[in-house]
Ligand binder design. Structure first.
Ligand SMILES: CC(=O)N[C@H]1[C@@H](OP(=O)(O)OP(=O)(O)OC[C@H]2O[C@@H](n3ccc(=O)[nH]c3=O)[C@H](O)[C@@H]2O)O[C@H](CO)[C@@H](O)[C@@H]1O
Ligand SMILES: C=C(OP(=O)(O)O)C(=O)O
Length: 513
């Protein structure tokens, strides 16, 4: 094998070992070799026989080398799922992607050190960390629990921004609110993310205009000019009740000593987490959890702060859907109940049986959590269509899970995804596994259940939730399925395959080298 190839395989082995939380000594023991040999393998200094590669793959429960791969760079990651699976046991919900990214952006408001506890180690967070590091912010994972320390420099170097990382995440748009206090003239690469069709930035620009921000879209970037020191003279009325736009307005208001009123604000979970963090920074906020926020900011924020964002209602819903589609009894611990109530009420109407434990508080001392135990249930289609709404409503990101749920329910379910132009279409990928999902128009699908799932190969649709929905259907599918290119899932879920395996799923991760 060439040295370069050995080095790539070594790196891949090392990454997988760390993902599995194994030390080199533990892996060596499983392989019946020495720790020194594992060190050499991981550094690409050891010639590897096919037999040894197979044993490493077995020890790490992952396919290390896939044939037909591109030699020049580690290729995309894929999943091989063997089903059908019945899940059992218990699983804790991780902190949310959407609060995580908002708080990373908000840490730019603070001259002091921010420690965020148990941040989900997901690709979306990684991209933002790359961007933050590139502009001079010192970021450091403190431990394996996902505690993250963030220390912005006195002066940000926006000219060195990691453009590639910035273009891979839409969350970068939330730099606008904090940056307008840092710089009178700056450029931000265009925002990316899932391919869900056009997502407007206009509400962000009109909300931030009253803080003196004017943005011109030039070749591939936003060119921002700020009339520094401007504060809103009247309430900001958001034209849409969007989550990130509310967060941008909040972050702009946090460094404005006047009182800013934001109307038609989103009261959704990530906005609440951001508010709780800003309160710890000394910003006063009235109306948290409602659609009118009154924010009294500070001229300068310089506080060493420690904050634990709450659990992810969308991950909790994903796990509920996993239990339903596999007809399993599992316990989902730490589910943020306020943000799941409508979903559960609808599921109850559809015949879903579950228990809800007593409420307790998340580590932020504000968000209410419960443990949910699911039971095998016979589901039937709801009498009305299912559609999402801004909070409080059935969460926009939870709608796709109702596609796979409707596919196991008896009868016809109409799903209306009015929000995203391109998302409903991806739900028809379930048909490859045996579902009957009919696209009525770009926003509506009719789903007929129940389904006899059968395994096949699918390339991940380029949208996070539809991709997870396909993975969940694969758990229920008979035989072997392959889900290709799962970056899109890793963008929003930490170790999803490994965590489902701990509940009894059989999912192998492999990657083109
Ligand atoms: C990082 C983050 O927090 N991302 C979430 C946030 O994205 P984000 O806040 O960026 O969502 P967008 O602003 O893109 O809104 C999503 C779509 O909904 C439309 N829209 C939204 C609100 C409204 O009252 N009316 C309306 O028409 C928008 O025009 C857009 O087409 O909110 C989305 C909608 O909940 C979620 O899918 C994302 O997971
Ligand atoms: C659409 C989503 O998020 P984002 O705003 O990160 O694209 C999602 O989480 O389903």
């Amino acid at each position: 094998m060439t040295e370069d190839y050995l080095r790539k395989i070594g790196l891949r082995i090392r990454e997988t070992r760390i993902q599995r939380s194994l030390t080199q000594a533990q892996l060596a023991e499983r392989l019946g070799t020495s720790q020194g040999a594992v060190t050499r393998i991981e550094r690409g200094l050891q010639n590897l026989s096919l037999d040894m590669l197979a044993r490493i793959g077995e020890a790490l429960d992952a396919e290390i080398v896939a044939l037909g791969s591109k030699p020049e760079a580690p290729g995309p990651t894929h999943l091989r799922v063997t089903g059908p699976t019945t899940l059992s046991g218990s699983i804790a919900v991780k902190s949310s992607k959407n609060a995580g990214v908002a708080l990373l952006c908000a840490s730019l408001l603070n001259r002091g050190t921010t420690v965020l506890r148990k941040v989900a180690r997901i690709e979306e967070v990684n991209r933002l960390l790359e961007v933050l590091t590139s502009i001079g912010v010192r970021t450091r994972w403190l431990n394996e629990d996902g505690d993250l320390e963030i220390q912005p420099p006195a002066v940000l170097d926006l000219s060195r921004i990691d453009v590639d990382a910035a273009r891979r995440t839409r969350s970068i748009i939330m730099f606008l609110g904090p940056l307008l206090h840092r710089s009178a003239d700056f450029q931000l690469p265009y925002a990316g993310g899932c391919d869900l069709g056009t997502r407007t930035v206009e509400p962000h620009l009109s909300a931030l205009k009253s803080f003196g921000l004017a943005v011109k879209a030039t070749e591939g970037s936003y060119h921002a000019r700020v009339d520094v020191g401007t504060s809103p003279e009247r309430p900001i009325v958001l034209t849409e009740r969007g989550d990130t736009v509310t967060e941008n307005a909040l972050m702009a208001a946090a460094l404005s000593p006047a009182t800013t009123v934001i109307r038609n604000a989103s009261p959704n979970y990530m906005v609440q987490d951001l508010c709780f963090y800003l309160e710890r920074l000394g910003v006063q906020i009235e109306g948290i959890g409602t659609t009118t926020l009154r924010v009294t900011g500070k001229e300068r924020i310089d506080v060493d702060v420690d904050y634990a964002p709450s659990e992810d209602p969308i991950e909790a819903m994903s796990l509920v859907a996993a239990a339903i589609v596999t007809d399993s009894q599992i316990t989902i611990r730490r589910a943020p109940i306020e943000f799941l109530e409508i979903e559960l009420a609808l599921l109850e109407e559809m015949g879903f049986r579950y228990d809800r434990g007593p409420e307790y508080l998340a580590e932020n001392d504000r968000t209410r959590l419960v443990d949910l135990t699911t039971y095998p249930s016979v589901l039937h289609a709801p009498s009305d269509k299912i559609h999402p709404m801004p909070f409080p409503g059935l969460n926009i990101d939870n709608l796709p899970f109702f596609a796979v749920i409707a596919a196991v329910a008896h009868g016809q379910t109409l799903l209306h995804d009015w929000v995203y132009e391109n998302r409903a279409i991806y739900l028809t990928e379930l048909n490859r596994l045996g579902a009957r999902v009919k696209l009525l128009d770009p926003h509506r699908v009719m789903i007929e259940g129940p389904t006899h799932w059968s395994g096949t190969e699918v390339v991940c649709p380029p949208a996070l939730r539809p991709a997870v929905v396909v993975l969940l259907a694969m758990l229920a599918s008979k035989g072997t399925s392959v889900l290709r290119s799962v970056y899109v899932i890793n963008r929003g879920y930490e170790d999803l395959a490994e965590r489902l395996n701990a509940l009894g799923a059989d999912i192998q991760t492999f990657r083109d080298i």
